[in-house]
Ligand binder design. Structure first.
Ligand code: ADP
Ligand code: ZN
Length: 218
């Protein structure tokens, strides 16, 4: 099964994709995580991406399309995968459809994480991330057991450079202008399922599982 998680920054796509990926043994493909690893590794790709990411702009389409093309050809993706944060523009969505088509595959479902902008700013400013394992926390709603230390791997938690208020506002505007046209794109393909992303992570997990046909009773 191939699914796309679509929604604004802070809507919880990454949290849900990580949990589903772990429980359903299906890879989570996050272009944001891939780009942050490239930055941490100091590669040329990382250096060019950093400039866009730190100001909340999108990295050029051809860069992320290249990452996804390579990643989806790896063996662990044969049984399906969850796309988290990709595609983010119409050209990315078209490139994805084309590359899947060449491989006789297609997207089974696109989950839309629906939530109001007003909630997102506080979610993102309080977010802390583990650069080592990708685990995410929130200083109020999901604090780690020890301040700024990852429960999973013991590494130090950081506030992402792009989780500052001015950059968050820019990312939300980028979402509304460049990414939200994908709602209509997938809706026209008949594969869009909206979920209420303002609920608690556990409730959102239930809705997403259900939409993907992984209901508790199934
Ligand atoms: P969020 O969904 O919270 O914004 P991500 O980790 O998905 O976080 O993305 C962080 C940044 O990485 C984006 O603001 C953008 O600069 C870059 N990025 C991630 N995915 C893409 C993509 N598909 N296309 C272009 N840029 C991307
Ligand atoms: Zn960690």
């Amino acid at each position: 099964m191939i699914s796309v998680f679509l929604g604004p920054p802070g809507s919880g796509k990454g949290t849900q994709a990580k949990r589903l990926s772990a429980e359903k043994k299906t890879p989570q493909l996050s272009t944001g995580d891939m780009l942050r690893s490239a930055i941490a590794a100091g590669s040329a790709l990382g250096r060019s991406a950093q400039e866009f990411m730190s100001r909340g702009a999108l990295v050029p389409d051809e860069v992320v399309i290249g990452l996804i093309r390579e990643r989806t050809d790896q063996g662990d993706c044969a049984g399906g995968f969850i796309l988290d944060g990709f595609p983010r523009t119409i050209p990315q969505a078209e490139a994805l459809d084309a590359l899947l088509w060449e491989r006789h595959r297609k997207i089974d479902s696109a989950i839309l994480f629906q939530i109001d902008d007003s909630v997102l700013v506080s979610r993102l400013t309080g977010r802390r991330t583990c650069l080592k394992c990708g685990a995410m926390y929130h200083i109020e709603s999901m604090p780690p057991r020890q301040v700024d230390v990852c429960d999973q791997c013991g590494s130090e938690l950081i506030q992402r450079e792009d989780d500052r208020e001015d950059v968050i506002l820019k990312r939300l505007s980028v979402y509304h202008h460049q990414t939200s046209p994908l709602v209509e794109y997938y809706s026209k393909q008949g594969i869009l399922s909206p979920v209420d992303a303002s609920a608690s992570p556990a409730v959102v997990f239930e809705s997403v599982s259900q939409k993907l046909g992984f209901g508790r009773s199934a």
